[in-house]
Design a protein around this ligand. Structure first.
Ligand code: 5AD
Ligand code: SF4
Length: 459
């Protein structure tokens, strides 16, 4: 097998993605750097020439999953007579580095989130059996500069990474250690990538960043000013043509400025959905978490968002059982949930992460108490999510059609509030935004019908 120069598509790569949307984006970009050296994506690790696990370190469970998957993949590598290159990428790679190769010697290379552009060079080194097989330096802008300028869009919705890293240092969180300090991409770079996506028929973009509303990227070279905020970036992208829908995730309450709230009122392309994690409803716990905001500040943002856009769907993340969390603290969280009323929320038991300040704190909460609290919180959140979805029954909502369902004639798409919508329609509707009358709902999706006449017109 040759390592240099352009090659034909004779090799296959399987990429498994864990964790957040940033990882989903990174996996897509890894496919983009691998294509020119002859790797085509495949759906199964079995028989693949290259297997990449793009990993997540956020909770202990996520990390353990990676090692158990590596055990399975090692067996496949043996069955293929060793003809498989195994790469571990992402945040476990960043946090554990060479330890991964010690724990699982079948792993050939380890690369952190800032090193994806070096993947072809690292594969070449493995094949030549020379040089370093570990890359975990922080060079975020170098990564973005070195990635191919064009990318292959996969359907009418796409992620676009605009900011990476975090320096908030919440006491429970590994992200500042695995993803590095906050860094924003220049507006011109983002515009280039956005135009390329739009030209491929992408109608909805989701701007990504660990702290996306802390965005402060270099202003376009032809414009005045040094840096632009996320609100400025959103308004700009709404005007470049092609995008009917813009979203951004994930935000931090500390960085929520008035202009971004105003953008929800004045930019119709900006979708009525806000994922703003609060983590806890107790001021004591928020302080111990080093969140840098109070319960009152958070509730005020949520209220103003609803004022700017009355149909705004609100989302959050929660952690239960943070060290020192009392029954009263947990009740404050339940109470906040009742006050806000969420469309969707993600909740987790606190997981002790080595090297983070909270892991050393007194008052670690017993597992059974964490379990009880998680169950109570999730029951309440499920109730709210079910009610939110049901509130759309009887409405006609614009749906971006994203694909065909399992059975013939079944289609699926997304509502403005990020709900999955199923309905019967023609396959050529994919990529269009069409009106769907909502007739049913469940915890996780809506079902609808096309208003009479629409189906025939499109078919
Ligand atoms: N334990 C449990 N949940 C965590 N999260 C981050 N770190 C931890 C941890 N140590 C959750 C937070 C964050 C989401 C991505 O993961 O809720 O918003
Ligand atoms: Fe982690 Fe806090 Fe940064 Fe979010 S804001 S990534 S929870 S440190």
């Amino acid at each position: 097998m040759s390592d240099t120069g352009p090659e034909t598509n004779t090799k296959s790569v399987f990429i498994k993605t864990y964790g957040c949307q940033m990882n989903v984006y990174d996996s897509e970009r890894m496919k983009d750097v691998l294509a020119p050296i002859g790797y085509a994506p495949t759906d199964s690790p079995e028989g693949a020439d290259l297997v990449v696990l793009n990993t997540c370190h956020i909770r202990e469970k996520a990390t353990e999953k990676v090692y158990s998957e590596l055990g399975k993949i090692k067996k496949m590598k043996h069955a293929q007579g060793g003809k498989m290159t195994i790469a571990v990428a992402g945040c476990v790679a960043q946090a554990e580095g060479a330890e991964i190769m010690r724990r699982q010697p079948a792993v050939d290379l380890v690369l952190g989130p800032q090193a994806y552009h070096k993947l072809p060079e690292m594969i070449a080194r493995v094949h030549r059996s020379t040089g370093e097989r570990l890359e975990t330096e922080f060079e975020t802008l170098e990564k973005f500069d070195a990635l191919p300028k064009t990318r292959q869009a996969d359907g009418p919705m796409a992620f676009l990474s605009v900011q990476e890293g975090c320096d908030k240092f919440c006491t429970f969180c590994v992200v500042p250690y695995t993803r590095g300090a906050e860094l924003s991409r220049p507006v011109d770079d983002i515009t280039l990538e956005a135009r390329n996506l739009a030209s491929q028929g992408v109608r909805e973009i989701q701007l990504l960043g660990q702290n996306v509303n802390a965005y402060h990227g270099a202003a376009p070279v032809i414009e005045a000013g040094d840096e632009w905020t996320l609100a400025q970036l959103v308004r700009h992208l709404s005007k470049i043509g092609g995008f009917d829908r813009i979203r951004y995730t994930t935000s931090h309450p500390r960085d929520m400025d008035d202009d971004l709230i105003a953008a929800h009122a004045d930019t119709p392309e900006l979708m009525p959905f806000l994922h703003l994690p609060v983590q806890s409803g107790s001021n004591n716990i928020l302080k111990a978490m080093n969140r840098g905001h109070t319960r009152e500040h958070y509730l005020d943002i949520m209220r103003r968002m609803k004022e700017a856009r009355p149909d705004m769907a609100l989302a959050s993340d929660f952690i239960v059982g943070f060290p020192g969390e009392s029954d009263k603290d947990f009740e404050d969280t339940m109470d906040l949930v009742r006050e806000v009323g969420y469309a969707i929320a993600y909740s987790f038991k606190y997981s002790e992460r080595p090297g983070t300040p909270a892991a050393e704190m007194f008052g670690q909460v017993p597992e059974d108490v964490k379990n009880e609290r998680l169950q109570a919180l999730q029951a309440l959140l499920r109730e709210q999510q079910t009610a939110f979805n049901a509130s759309k029954i009887g409405e006609t909502v614009p749906v971006l059609v994203t694909g065909t369902g399992r059975n013939e004639g079944q289609m699926h798409g997304r509502s403005p509030w990020l709900q999955a919508v199923h309905f019967d329609g023609a396959p050529d509707l994919v990529g269009q935004i069409i009106d769907v009358e909502i007739v049913g709902s469940s915890l996780n999706s809506l079902s609808g019908t096309l208003p009479s006449g629409a189906n025939e017109a499109a078919a």
